[in-house]
Design a protein around this ligand. Structure first.
Ligand SMILES: Nc1nc2c(c(=O)[nH]1)N[C@H]1C(S)=C(S)[C@@H](COP(=O)(O)OP(=O)(O)OC[C@H]3O[C@@H](n4cnc5c(=O)[nH]c(N)nc54)[C@H](O)[C@@H]3O)O[C@H]1N2
Ligand SMILES: Nc1nc2c(c(=O)[nH]1)N[C@H]1C(S)=C(S)[C@@H](COP(=O)(O)OP(=O)(O)OC[C@H]3O[C@@H](n4cnc5c(=O)[nH]c(N)nc54)[C@H](O)[C@@H]3O)O[C@H]1N2
Ligand SMILES: [Mo]
Length: 771
């Protein structure tokens, strides 16, 4: 455990500090030797896909791409610690409920299937046969298949995901909430209607050619460290890197690449961002609209003065529709409200737009700072508008780059893990497997919580993830899970979701991606799709953590056989040979033609992306400009109107450097200067002074939710947070998730995507313990 302190960090991201941190984590996990060997196989042609994030690999044959947080993810899976039934059964669940997420994670890898024993209030060892029999019994007992919910987290491989959705649809429901609902859902919802694909359009080669990269609401130093290598190379070539983030993030400022021997030996580092705009939390829509307005105005001016046009008029005419209405509305839009809502001055917005206009080839990247807002879909469409204005889509060095989180979250969606599947996909699935798939849309994450809360759903099965900790409105989610007849977790590590359980509960341990997976005597590889639509093979090389582990495809196959019988689909045969699963994937999804062959080549292949070819799969056959008025329904403003007696802030929730979503590796957040703490609130010095508080004070945080319908003001509370002075705009606060999830109202989500608004929560601070 590290010493507790708050200390400004002025070193670069990466560098020696990153190597030191990896060494410490490897030691703590007891994998110093084995772990180091494992790391050398991450993201190589014959190795496994790094479970750390969905950023693509430069070249699957290149020497090991070092990444501190990838190394931590690998070490966490390769840990020498074992959470045996004896270790877990040594405490009652009432006792485990007192343990922190960090302690649950530290128990190590699960080794055997366990079932909840209500009399003893403990988990105890069970057999796989008994576990599958229990699942089958409970599923068969349901009056309606829609009473069961099947969650997926984004580490699940294509093969496991494909079998899983097939089983669940044969069972009869589209109830597929997934982590994407809390993550990049708005990116798909925003992109599909405007450019015809719900995915990013760029590849790594585009990063080599871009002369400007815009980074909105993303912290790559922690969450996508390998992306810093691309940004650094671009910067060294002279490209502009323009960051838009309320917080000063060290990883967006300076980076020392551990791959670069000279840089390491000389303690050198490279600047990342050439420009940094500290937009206010939730201010991106206004900022982007202002940038678009400026681009249109510059073009108007250039035309008046007979200079070269600023817009790509030929592209707009040939490839887009809706431009005239869009431009007309922008010309009418006043500057003042844009400046006010973005937290930037008009001059700053104009400067950002001028940088955009001065660049020939522009990539726009974005992360959770954009997606987890009420108006995230419109904001993403405003990013598309900005790109369309100068033809920055579907040509080299330019495009849209939503940076995905989980390493196969994009692939899971491609495989059909989706509560609103396309009819054409269901038609093909039904044809290939000879059944009639359910057509009624299923529940998403918020819908699943509501269905469990009001008793419509009774069985909850999770393929990975940590539903109890990742979801909003912790109190409501826990009530929901506890109302279930049965909760089942297919998992590698013990976590909160196993402690907050249904009347009956199973914890089923599976192989991780770094482990050798032998089926029918032959080692198997799985496939994954990264953020840039590259599909490639991943083969584990460590011995399994326990002899009792099953692979994820095998768990699905055996659930299916137990529940449905094996008449229609040769479940066990498919789970015994993943190449056979890939053949079925190819039969259902035309983009996977020649799947086994293509994926056997080093580096794999890229799925077709129509937008990157300037073929627009939209109803109009063109890329669409979207005209959106500046929203006037701010949650913070609404709450402030109802509570004029207190100062209402906007809280955004983020990841620290030592966590992987709900997995807490350690208690440090090195780049933000926080050591030994997780319960912190970052706040501007002047706001501290206004409140009559000081850094180091402990506060309670209360969120205020005023619905748009004028109903009762809801309050939710999270207690005991340390105030940390930080370079963040006034009126904005930041804190870590999942500790703050209790504050996110279930009813507050992105319009058009239903992603919880965990990046903009209206809150008030009070001294800790005060009434
Ligand atoms: N090591 C590690 N890697 C990870 C993960 C992890 O937990 N740990 N998680 C994985 C997953 S699932 C995902 S989705 C990604 C997440 O990667 P990110 O998208 O980087 O996620 P966050 O940490 O939530 O940080 C979002 C950034 O947005 C900024 N921000 C907050 N609010 C706003 C806003 O209103 N506007 C703007 N412009 N910026 C804002 C924050 O200051 C922060 O820098 O990372 C993946 N990779
Ligand atoms: N307030 C707030 N809430 C958020 C966010 C936020 O920024 N703020 N971010 C949201 C985002 S972007 C996401 S993606 C979600 C994440 O939601 P989830 O994906 O549900 O959560 P994770 O923490 O990634 O899941 C970790 C667990 O997965 C299991 N696991 C790990 N590897 C494997 C494997 O190989 N196989 C199996 N079967 N299980 C495995 C382990 O038990 C581990 O404890 O959280 C969301 N919640
Ligand atoms: Mo995510």
């Amino acid at each position: 455990m590290s010493e507790q302190k708050i200390e400004f960090y002025d070193g670069p991201a990466g560098g020696w500090a990153a190597l030191k941190s990896v060494a410490r984590h490897l030691n703590e996990q007891g994998v110093a030797v084995k772990g180091a060997k494992t790391l050398l196989h991450a993201n190589q042609a014959d190795g496994f896909d790094c479970p750390g994030c969905a950023w693509p690999d430069r070249d699957h044959r290149s020497t090991f791409e070092f990444c501190e947080n990838g190394a931590k993810a690998v070490a966490a899976e390769a840990t020498a610690r074992r959470a045996t039934p004896e270790v877990i059964g040594a405490r009652t669940l009432a006792e485990w409920a007192e343990a922190s997420d960090h302690e649950l994670e530290a128990t190590g890898r699960l080794t055997e299937p366990m079932v909840y024993d209500p009399e003893a209030d403990r988990y105890r060892r069970t057999t796989w046969d008994e576990a599958f029999a229990l699942i089958a019994r409970e599923l068969q007992a349901l009056a309606d298949p829609n009473q069961a919910i099947f969650y997926t987290s984004g580490r699940t491989s294509n093969e496991a995901a494909f079998l899983y959705q097939l089983f669940v649809r044969q069972f009869g429901t589209n109830n597929f909430p997934d982590c994407s609902n809390m993550c990049h859902e708005p990116s798909g919802s925003g992109l599909r209607p405007t450019i015809g694909v719900g995915k990013g359009t760029v590849t790594l080669q585009d990063f080599e050619q871009a002369d400007c990269v815009l980074v909105f609401g993303q912290n790559p130093g922690t969450n996508h460290p390998r992306m810093l290598g691309e940004l650094r190379a671009a910067r060294k070539r002279g490209a502009r890197i323009v960051s838009f983030n309320p917080l000063r993030e060290r990883g967006l400022e300076r980076f020392a690449d551990p791959q670069d021997k000279l840089e390491m030996l000389t303690f050198g580092s490279a600047a990342i961002s050439s420009h940094y705009f500290q937009v206010k939390v939730g201010g991106d829509f206004a900022l982007l609209k202002g940038m678009c307005k400026r681009v249109v105005e510059l073009d108007d001016e250039a035309r008046r003065e007979g200079r070269a046009p600023v817009l790509d008029a030929a592209f707009i005419a040939e490839h887009t529709c809706g431009f005239d209405a869009f431009a007309a509305e922008l010309r009418e839009q006043a500057w003042e409200p844009l400046a006010e809502a973005s937290g930037l001055s008009r001059a700053q917005i104009e400067q950002a737009a001028d940088l955009y206009v001065a660049s020939e080839r522009v990539i726009a990247c974005w992360g959770m700072g954009i997606t987890q807002h009420r108006h995230s879909v419109k904001t993403i469409q405003m990013i598309v508008n900005l790109l369309l204005l100068r033809g920055n889509l579907g040509r080299p060095g330019a495009g849209a780059c939503p940076v995905r989180g989980h390493s196969n979250v994009q692939g899971d969606r491609t495989m059909g893990i989706y509560e609103k599947p396309a009819p054409a996909f269901l038609d093909r699935l039904g044809e290939v497997f000879g059944f009639e798939p359910p057509r009624e849309p299923g529940v998403d994450t918020i819908g699943a919580i509501q269905a469990m809360l009001d008793g419509r759903a009774k069985v909850f099965i999770a393929m990975g993830g940590n539903f109890a900790a990742a979801t909003p409105d912790t109190a409501a989610t826990w009530r929901a899970l506890r109302r279930c007849e049965l909760t089942v977790h297919i998992t590698t590590k013990f976590n909160r979701s196993h402690v907050v359980h249904g009347r009956q509960a199973l914890v089923l341990p599976v192989l991780g991606r770094t482990e050798i997976d032998v089926q029918a005597g032959a080692p198997q590889g799985v496939t994954v799709e990264d953020s840039m639509s590259m599909v490639h093979l991943s083969t584990g090389m460590n011995a399994p953590a326990s002899e009792h582990l099953l692979s994820e495809p095998m768990v699905v196959a055996r659930m299916a056989v137990a529940t449905l019988g094996d008449g229609r689909t040769p479940w066990l045969q498919l789970a015994g040979d993943y190449a056979a699963i890939r053949d079925r994937i190819e039969a259902v999804l035309p983009d996977f033609a020649g799947f086994n062959d293509k994926v056997s080549r080093p580096g794999g292949f890229r799925l077709r992306n129509t937008a990157s070819e300037r073929a627009w799969a939209t109803p109009s056959g063109k890329a669409e400009f979207s005209t959106h008025a500046l929203p006037t329904d701010g949650a913070t403003e609404r709450a402030a109107e109802r509570r004029r007696d207190v100062r209402v802030f906007t809280l955004t929730t983020l990841r620290s450097h030592d966590q992987y979503n709900t997995t807490i590796y350690g208690l440090d957040d090195r780049y933000r200067g926080v050591y030994g703490h997780r319960r912190v609130v970052f706040i501007h010095a002047a706001d501290l002074a206004d409140l009559g508080m000081k850094a180091g004070d402990w506060v309670d945080v209360t969120s205020l939710h005023a619905g748009t319908d004028g109903g009762e003001l809801q309050e939710r509370r999270a207690e005991r947070f340390l105030l940390v002075e930080y370079d963040i705009p006034r009126g904005c606060l930041a804190s870590y998730f999942p500790e703050t999830n209790a504050l996110v109202p279930l009813e507050s989500f992105a319009l058009g995507a239903r992603t919880p608004t965990s990046k903009a929560i209206p809150v008030v601070l009070s001294p800790h313990g005060a009434a």
